[in-house]
Design a protein. Structure first.
Length: 155
């Protein structure tokens, strides 16, 4: 798992669970409506084909990084809640080091260089100030693309 996915999993866990629960509920309802009219043998074959298709779709989504966005997750509220519980004051809104620390992730220079590579940073990783500034903006942009509400951080 990449560093960006680790960030997402720390910020979006309940939203991902909710999306998963809704998806499962819809699938179950569809199966209840359409599956009851089929005989047992064809239902088993259809279910196997559907399971294979679902696994392929999940693999494709994971390999391309195109996961279902969690709509309008208030990232500010989630992170502020974590910050209130954190033993030291962190400047997570503008510091990638503090954001990673707040999320309990490795905030070392090596980890930030890996994150920069993951996000296709084209500047010099030796200029850590410029890289860190770019990283916090890029991470917040990715969070927004995933469905996190971070617009207030840029105002």
């Amino acid at each position: 798992m990449g560093i960006l996915n680790s960030i997402f999993s720390k910020i979006f866990p309940s939203a991902q669970a909710a999306v998963g629960n809704v998806t499962d509920a819809v699938k179950n309802q569809v199966n209840n409506i359409t599956g009851n009219n089929k005989d047992t043998a064809s239902t088993g074959q259809d279910q196997n084909q559907q399971n294979q298709q679902n696994q392929q779709n999940q693999t494709n989504q994971q390999s391309t990084g195109n996961q279902t966005p969690a709509s309008n997750v208030d990232v500010m509220a989630i992170l502020e809640g974590l910050a209130k519980k954190f033993p030291e004051k962190l400047n997570w809104k503008t510091s990638i080091v503090d954001l990673l620390k707040l999320l309990g992730l490795d905030n070392s220079l090596d980890a930030r260089k890996k994150l920069a590579k993951e996000l296709d940073y084209t500047g010099s990783t030796d200029d850590t100030a410029a890289m860190n500034t770019w990283l916090i903006k890029a991470v917040m942009k990715k969070i927004a693309e995933k469905g996190g509400n971070v617009a207030h951080l840029f105002s």
